[in-house]
Design a protein around this ligand. Structure first.
Ligand code: KIV
Ligand code: ZN
Length: 514
């Protein structure tokens, strides 16, 4: 079996998706889960792009031990310096530098000649190599680049010390046959190719990202770059779970080992969906809610007689399955702590106590506490920020009737510690809540998107609200889960506003440090 490295870019390319803005605590949580999943490399962010990204990459580099942590940088000194500052404490410091090589990008975006591009790439790799033992260089828009030019620039960056060469299909234009052929061509024609790893990075604009990545593997790629749930720029990146499971289920054909712990797939997918607010389509391969649901009578009959008539992947393989109920109304703190630890949570005493209080409240109101409920509750505590004063919803009351004007009254503790209570009307309950809260948060708020969904099954399931809004020019997505969707809505709204406050506090802290 040949080993392929899984390079996860959920926290960098994935986070570039429209509407996603994860805070540092959430990124750390995702990184820890990716480590549990067994990915070889975690691209934790783009340190030079913002103080928030710098902080997240730095904290992840210090936290994660079993996966290599990398950060993205343009081929410029400042970016490389920022990435070194963020990554230097990692077990194996790795940097990912990129520069566009296609004629259209060089002429219109970079406004540089091919010779200038070669020079800049070589200088950057040489400079990065002074700090980093592992240097990945990417030919942005590599698939649409001239092949002879790729050979020329790749030979030069390998001589300069690059350890991995990435050939992205940045715009998702390739077909599997063409992308595979490109890898074969580069492997055969680039002098020094045997000294480096070749990497595939595919976007899904034509729905072929996974197929293209697999074609690259079959033609000599040693690494594939992908994201959980396939999130990423525009139509997204190749989906990690689809590649990982395809390599496992069809190992007879591909003879590839990924090192992934597939049992962590479902949990990773749900964590990323919950924290990013990006809902997984029901029929999504491997992780969609219907991926293992047999609907037609003929299929159900077949599966009952012999599972493999219609089931090529067992749900247990990816960690999906009924988890026995272990906690209820009468469970004590010790049992709760034990369950949280078994689920992989490592909460401070204070956060564990808060989670336990929330659990008790929920257990009083809800008959069965499911694994999903516990995940939601514990994740909320794990990613909560302790050292920044934020808006906190104290109460919300809505008066609604088909013949009345909906009115919401909300009491909110402000970051300044003041308790404010206000009321406003709206054309519906949700609008009344939004109008009330807008008066409390001092600013102009535009709602861009709003969704509610249930966390688990049953009529008493927790409801999760996701609010995507623009607050004083800052776009943010907030979420919260509660037994009542209107309460979840009010909290999700404030969560989105709080993200702005957290981002500002990181920025101010960094400015003060400089
Ligand atoms: O799609 C792309 O080309 C990228 C590069 C930065 C590798 O994401
Ligand atoms: Zn990309």
């Amino acid at each position: 079996m040949r080993k392929i490295d899984i390079f996860d870019t959920t926290l960098r390319d994935g986070e570039q998706s429209a509407g996603i803005n994860l805070n540092t605590a959430e990124k750390i949580e995702i990184a820890k889960q990716l480590e549990r999943l067994g990915v070889s490399i975690i691209e934790a962010g783009f340190p030079a792009s913002s103080p928030g990204d710098f902080e997240a990459v730095n904290r992840i580099a210090k936290t994660v031990k079993n996966s290599i942590v990398t950060g993205l940088a343009r081929c410029v000194k400042n970016d490389i310096d920022a990435t070194w500052e963020a990554i230097k404490d990692a077990e194996q410091p790795h940097i990912h530098v990129f520069l566009a090589t296609s004629p259209i990008h060089m002429e219109y975006k970079l406004k540089k000649s091919p010779d200038q591009v070669v020079e800049q790439a070589v200088e950057a790799v040489k400079y990065a190599k002074k700090f980093f033992p592992l240097v990945q260089w990417s030919a942005e828009d590599g698939f649409r680049s001239d092949r002879d030019f790729l050979v020329r620039i790749m030979e030069k960056v390998i001589d300069a010390g690059a350890t991995t060469i990435n050939v992205p299909d940045t715009v998702g234009y390739a077909s599997p046959q063409e992308y595979g052929e490109l890898f074969k061509f580069l492997r055969e024609n680039v002098r020094g190719a045997e000294k480096v790893k070749f990497s595939a990075h595919c976007h899904d604009d034509l729905g072929m990202a996974v197929a293209n990545s697999i074609a690259a593997i079959q033609n000599g790629a040693d690494q594939v770059e992908c994201t959980i749930n396939g999130i990423g720029e525009r139509a997204g990146n190749a989906s990690l779970e689809e590649i990982g499971v395809a390599m496992h289920i069809r190992k007879d054909l591909y003879q590839i080992e990924t090192g992934l712990n597939l049992k962590e797939i479902k949990r990773t997918s749900q964590l990323v969906s919950r924290l990013t607010g990006v809902i997984i389509q029901p029929n999504k391969a491997v992780v969609g809610k219907n991926a293992f649901a047999h609907e037609s009578g003929i299929h159900q009959d077949g599966v009952l007689k012999h599972k493999e008539t219609y089931e090529i992947i067992s749900p247990e393989l990816v960690g999906e399955g009924e988890v026995p109920l272990v906690l209820g109304k009468h469970s004590g703190r010790a049992a709760f702590r034990d369950r949280a630890e078994k689920m992989g949570f490592d909460l401070s005493e204070e956060k564990l106590n808060k989670a336990f209080q929330e659990f008790k409240k929920l257990a009083d109101r809800k008959k069965e506490i499911t694994e999903e409920d516990l995940m939601t509750l514990l994740t909320e505590q794990q990613v909560s920020i302790e050292d920044v004063q934020l808006f906190e919803l104290k109460s919300v009351q809505v008066s609604y009737g088909t013949e009345n004007i909906p009115t919401a009254t909300a009491s909110v503790l402000t970051p300044e510690g003041e308790l404010k209570t206000l009321a406003a009307t709206g054309s519906g309950s949700v609008e009344a809540i939004f109008n009330t809260l807008e008066q409390l948060v001092n600013g102009t708020v535009n709602i861009l998107d709003f969704r509610v969904k249930s966390v688990s099954k049953g009529r008493d399931a927790l409801g999760e609200a996701i609010v995507n809004l623009r607050y004083n020019g800052f776009t943010s997505t907030g979420r919260d889960a509660s037994q009542d969707v209107l309460e979840a809505t009010a909290k999700a709204y404030l969560n989105a506003i709080n993200r702005h406050i957290i981002q500002e506090s990181v920025r101010l802290k960094q400015t003060a440090e400089v």
